[in-house]
Ligand binder design. Structure first.
Ligand code: 5GP
Length: 352
């Protein structure tokens, strides 16, 4: 047994120190980013914020809304759509702001293979960005799977995860991932930390993983734990190249959920983790004997059209950039100094 003594931080443990700048208004800030991916060679040009591949967030309606509103964000479609629906969606909407998501099961791969063999794929409108998502990205079979997908699809951008430490980011980048998804346990409807005791404070995970990825020309996507727009600023400030949002985008018209009224007449929508018993009942016929549910089901207020929320989120990010004098989102991390604020840490480490 070992104990790591150095401090690991969550978003709530820090604030961003303001800096003098020449910027007059948040309107002058450019929050889009341009990336060229290491393996696929493809480029990304947009706002690097992705709706999570969860039921109720990574929906086709969400992708259509983002496209129509031209906000530059993208959506990782959840993996439970039928092949015909996915083909139709790509045919009608193209691939600009969508990531096709898969797990590592045989049926996931069969569906992907059928898509890759389709006319939609041949037309160039098909999958160009893939998100390979498992709860625990530390297993050897997962790394082998990523390597196999890279061999099979040399020119498709691959995001893979989730992991939280630099050595595993390096392994995934070297195995063919263009982008590594970072986060174990921080999600709003995740119970991994409680059920297993496993996890890593998200801001430190992002800082350490970004450093590892950038050394190999890879990128990282900070996934989970953002609860307010300032958390996105902290993730980008810590070096994230992309940020993925679940709970912050839940409860909207585009979530394809049912809006219900509670006893006080308040409209609410059910939101659940992808390994919650709700999700497993819906998609896998129940929680398998050998595993526990590592996600929970919550009821969130209904919030109408997602565009209002997106404006608030991106407005917060722009404003954060003005506070530190970053004309472009790209400069945010260079201009970020975090100050530690958490009471508990100050007490533990005797800074008070
Ligand atoms: P949020 O933005 O809601 O804090 O986090 C979203 C992320 O939580 C997702 O992208 C995914 O990585 C993670 N997540 C989603 N469902 C579950 C679940 O049931 N269990 C766990 N452990 N993580 C989940």
């Amino acid at each position: 047994m070992r104990i790591e003594e150095d401090v690991k931080l969550d978003f709530k443990d820090v604030l961003i120190r303001p800096k003098r700048s020449t910027l007059a208004s948040r309107k002058e800030v450019d929050i889009s980013r341009q990336y060229t991916f290491k393996w696929s060679g493809r480029t990304f040009d947009g706002v690097p914020v992705i709706a999570a591949n969860m039921d109720g967030v990574g929906t086709m309606a969400m992708a259509k809304a983002f496209g129509e509103n031209g906000n530059g964000m993208s959506v990782a479609l959840h993996k439970h759509y039928a092949l015909e629906d996915l083909l139709k969606f790509y045919e009608e909407n193209g691939n600009k702001n969508v990531w096709y998501s898969i797990g590592v099961t045989e049926s996931d791969e069969e569906k992907l293979d059928a898509f890759l063999a389709s006319d939609v794929q041949k037309s160039g409108q098909g999958i160009d960005k893939l998100c390979i998502d498992v709860a625990n990205g530390y297993s050897e079979p997962f790394v082998d799977f990523v390597r196999r997908m890279r061999d099979k699809m040399p020119d498709i951008t691959i995001m893979a995860g989730n992991v939280v430490t630099g050595e595993m980011v390096e392994e995934l980048v070297l195995s063919g991932a263009d982008l590594v998804k970072v986060g174990i346990g921080p999600g709003s409807v995740c119970t991994t930390r409680k059920m297993t005791g496993v996890g890593y404070p998200q801001l430190s995970a992002v800082i350490e993983c970004a450093d590892a990825a950038h050394g190999l020309k890879g990128f990282v996507c900070a996934d989970g734990g953002c609860t307010v727009p300032g958390d996105l600023a902290k993730a980008f400030g810590g070096g994230a190249d992309f940020v993925m949002l679940g709970g912050m985008l839940a409860g909207h018209d585009q979530c394809e959920g049912t809006v219900e009224e509670d006893e006080n007449g308040e409209k609410r929508v059910t939101f659940y983790g992808m390994s919650s018993s709700t999700a497993m009942d819906k998609h896998a016929g129940g929680v398998a004997e050998y595993r526990a549910s590592e996600g929970k089901t919550v009821s969130v207020p209904y919030r109408g059209d997602v565009e209002q929320t997106v404006k608030a989120v991106l407005g917060g990010l722009r404003s954060a950039c003005t506070y530190v004098g970053a004309v472009k989102l790209k400069e945010l991390s260079k201009r970020t100094t975090f100050v530690r604020v958490t009471q508990q840490l100050n007490t533990v480490f005797g800074n008070e």
